[in-house]
Design a protein around this ligand. Structure first.
Ligand code: XIL
Length: 470
């Protein structure tokens, strides 16, 4: 383990060089480990260098190849294998002290053409499938922590999806795939994985019954993966309860492909909401004892499948396309117990005023000046000063310059003095404080001759205000 820590520290140092503005950012994998879970990311093997590689290695303690272990990638032609991408991911993980989620062995999608379009007898297809499972799991025996043995077996209504495997072999294809995987690597945890099963509902109920049936048959299934491809504002409120009911069946659970997509463009409000939602999903896993960890489906918006598949949507991951941490990243960190402040990129959560990541307070003021009455050489004016910032004002000095030789003769609710053409109003004891969004009013009598043009500019405690003269 000492070697692992040293490697982690080295990787963090590299990140520090690449992104000095965030040198103090928390390390998700360390926070997760302290909570007894892992935090993972899907990766693209060809990108595992530079800043991408440094962040993937430093921040996460589990990685999932996004495509490199899929059947179509590893066996593009029958009997001819290409393990280059998969090997790169496994080697990277070992160099960085990370676990690997193997993804995925049996799936209706991203199959090689020879398999998708070939015709095989049922017996032949069953053997092709179990041989594939055996070959791939054996190759990485002892090096893969979790395998997604069967991916996306269900329809939206919870019935079995009519994949090539199901149509020809019936539901027993699932049991056979799991048995072949267990025989090839008894130490790997074997998962079934699907999307839109995150909250309770028909599809989740279908998965629940399927897992019950598999357990009743003695099928070696260890876990259920909930992909977590979520939509901003639609994170299921039943997520935690749903994870818990599966855990109660006697399996592990994990969020395996988390992303939270939004309609583009991303705005500060959407990113702040996304922070709260990443935090909520992470909290849901932490609240379920058998939830092993969370994996994000790409850690940077430049490596997310969302814009390709859902036109007009994106910004779904915790880092922006330039590798800067987004509010979502700080949301994950806060769920994992971090109490630091990520600065302006780390907004507070609505309803959570004590959030350590509240945005840097702003200051600002607006002044309304009005002549209320005027006679041959004198006038009475009222001044309202509004605090348009987000931090309170405690004690104030308002200054302005008279444009046409006026002077203040007597004031109320403030002490006003004058030097040359410059007037200075200082708060009275009772109106020293101006809360954010609040205002104070004072007034005075003045003298004029020749002209009584209103002052055009005011400063509050030295900073210019917006003047709204009325
Ligand atoms: C996606 C990859 O991220 C894309 O690069 C690829 O083009 C399509 O597949 N559910 C899964 C993942 O189980 O394997 C999918 O990954 C996303 C949906």
């Amino acid at each position: 383990m000492a070697a692992v820590s040293a490697l982690t520290a080295a990787a963090v140092a590299v990140v520090g060089l690449a992104a000095p503005a965030h040198a103090a950012d928390p390390v998700l994998r360390d926070l997760a480990a302290a909570k007894g879970v892992y935090y993972g990311t899907a990766v693209t093997s060809s990108k595992l260098s530079g800043t991408y590689g440094a962040l993937a290695g430093a921040q996460f303690d589990s990685i999932t190849p996004a495509n490199e272990m899929k059947w179509g990638t590893v066996e593009p032609n029958r009997g001819s294998f290409d393990w280059a991408g998969a090997d790169r991911v496994v080697n990277f993980a070992e160099a960085n002290g990370q676990r690997v989620r193997g993804h995925t062995l049996v799936w209706h999608s991203q199959m090689p053409n020879w398999l998708a379009n070939g015709s095989f007898s049922n017996t032949e297809l069953r053997t092709i499938m179990t041989d594939h499972v055996t070959t791939e799991v054996t190759r990485y025996r002892g090096r893969i922590d979790h395998w997604d043995v069967v991916n996306e077996p269900l329809n939206e209504d919870g019935t079995m999806r009519g994949s090539k495997f199901y149509n020809q072999l019936g539901e027993s294809y699932i049991a056979d795939a799991f048995r072949a995987a267990r025989a090839a690597d008894p130490a790997a945890k074997l998962y079934i994985n699907d999307y839109n099963t995150d909250g309770t509902g028909p599809k989740s109920n279908g998965m629940y019954s399927l897992v019950q049936r598999l357990k009743a048959q003695g099928v070696p299934i260890d876990g259920v993966g909930f992909q977590g491809h979520l939509i901003l504002g639609q994170v299921p409120s039943t997520l935690q309860a749903n994870l818990q009911r599966f855990a109660d069946l006697g399996v592990e659970v994990a969020v395996t492909e988390l992303d939270i997509r939004m309609t583009l463009p991303a705005t500060d409000a959407k990113l702040t909401q996304q922070k709260a939602e990443y935090k909520a999903v992470t909290n849901a896993c932490l609240a379920v004892a058998r939830c092993e960890g969370v994996t994000v489906w790409g850690f940077t918006d430049s490596d997310s499948w969302i814009p390709d598949v859902f036109p007009g949507e994106g910004a779904a991951t915790p880092y922006d396309a330039g590798f800067q941490p987004k509010p979502a990243y700080y949301g994950i960190a806060e769920a994992l117990g971090w109490t630091g402040d990520g600065g302006p990129g780390d907004p507070g959560d609505p309803g959570d005023p004590g959030d350590p990541g509240d945005p840097t307070p702003t200051t600002g003021c607006a002044v309304a000046y009005a002549v209320q009455s005027q006679w041959n050489t004198g006038f009475t004016a009222g001044v309202t000063v509004r605090n348009t910032g987000t931090s309170p004002v405690n004690g104030w000095t308002l200054r302005w310059t008279w444009p046409s030789g006026q002077s203040v003769t007597q004031a109320w609710n403030a002490t006003v003095s004058q030097s040359g053409a410059q007037a200075t109003a200082v708060n009275a004891a009772h109106n020293a404080a101006i809360a954010p969004g609040g205002s104070v009013t004072f007034g005075f009598n003045g003298a004029w001759s020749g002209g009584n043009t209103a002052p055009g500019a005011f400063t509050l405690n030295g900073a210019a205000c917006t003047a709204a003269v009325s």
